[in-house]
Design a protein around this ligand. Structure first.
Ligand SMILES: [Zn+2]
Length: 99
């Protein structure tokens, strides 16, 4: 199986975002977005498509928060937009196989 290169940083809205991979099993979520720290946490055991989906989801949260758009929507709408990103385009573009 090809090794995967997980992204460690990403530029979102002109800001450098750090992505860390940790054991989040106590957290109850597979990922989390910490906008004020410019930090995204991802469950370290995720791989492949599921990893892409969770990164895409948390990146969308970060985009909505950095842009301030989340101020204009109920949390359920923010979550729905993140799920759209997770299930669409975003799930294929986050990282590629490296051999
Ligand atoms: Zn979410």
């Amino acid at each position: 199986m090809a090794k995967k290169q997980r992204p460690q940083t990403m530029t979102i809205q002109g800001e450098t975002i750090k992505i860390v991979y940790k054991d989040l099993s106590d957290d109850g979520n597979l990922g989390s977005c910490h906008c004020s720290n410019r930090l995204i946490k991802i469950e370290e055991t995720l791989q492949g498509r599921e990893l892409n989906r969770v990164i895409a989801h948390e990146v969308m949260h970060m985009k909505l928060r950095l842009s301030g758009l989340y101020n204009f929507m109920p949390y359920k709408l923010e979550e729905a937009l993140c799920e759209m990103m997770e299930n669409g385009l975003g799930s294929n573009i986050v990282y590629e196989d490296v051999d």
